[in-house]
Design a protein around this ligand. Sequence first.
Ligand SMILES: *Cc1c(COP(=O)(O)O)cnc(C)c1O
Length: 374
Amino acid sequence: MQVPFYGHVKQYHNIKAEIDKNISEVLESGQYVMGPMLTRFEKELAVYCGTKYAIGVGNGTDAIWLVLMALGVGPGDECITTTNTFFATAEAIWIAGAKAVFVDCDPMTKCIDPNKLEKAINKKTKAIIPVHLYGQCADMRAIRAIADKHKLFVIEDNAQGIDGHGGDFKQGELSDAVTTSFIIQKNLGTFGDSGAIVTNNSEIDRQVRKMRNHGSEKRSCHSYGFNSRLDDIHAGILSAKLKYITKWTDQRRAWAAKYTEGLRSVKNFTLPYETPGYRHVYHLYVIETKKPEKRDVLLKFLNDNGIDAKCHYPIAIHQQEGFPWGKKARICGKQKHSERNAATCVSLPMFPELTSEEVNYTIAKLIEWDKAQK
Ligand SMILES: *Cc1c(COP(=O)(O)O)cnc(C)c1O
């Protein structure tokens, strides 16, 4: 049996009529960039997220640095994040011209450890960028309290966590802005690059709108800006898909529950931790081998058995060969949990269109492997 890692084409086929209709509407409209479909999708996204504003941009990386620039964060400033995230989180800080400061993650949630934050804060610190890794919100209440005490901005990197929430907070409620990515492998994805920012801050909205479009608010008038727009074709595809996101998340959560139930007695790897009360959207279902030396063995076993498992992320940011030590980065404290996460993680197939057969087969193979270990 073959178990794929993604169900992109399956998902397209399931709602093909709606997607094709929106694409055709854009093609027939004659307006392909900054057109009415983008406006429509931005309105729908803001309503869906319960925020005042939503701004479509070129990708999830641009979304982060555009917010940083809108807030005036740049050269000479520091931004705090984690080393066990996708490289783009740090990249965005560097593109904005600021220094990235890294603290370790929490060993259970894998999100930034609020207890490690204060040690990393100095006079240059301007922002904290928690990542809702694998689809579960970071401890935003604790982060907000520290940000308030030190007067820092908070930007949620929500590329992996759309449709999630905390026990008693919504995304965007405790931050200045929430950024997301719509590249196909994300929970809400289009057939190309794009991203968005949602916020309740009118100044961020205004600045980002201007900067994404060559610094222009009015035709032919420009200030400092860039080109980072969400094309109308992608907006149309996303508008068609947005209606399904809640249902798709529920399905992801159901598969996660099935994995967790089926694997509850394994001894050689651990299962993902779900913070009580949080809506974990399972962008990824990540298990961790107890012994780091067993990770590649397990990965190969799954792959050899037709299960397309992967690793997110096998090399922590500070372990990357291209990591810019020196002026651009500062590591605050040991990155013990982040490094362990990198060395032991295995992502199981996780997408709404999985079948019971595929999930049962994956569980059976994992149990077989677990029993064969000494
Ligand atoms: C995917 C991702 C990004 C970047 O999104 P792009 O659209 O690829 O630029 C940023 N942060 C995290 C955590 C991501 O997973």
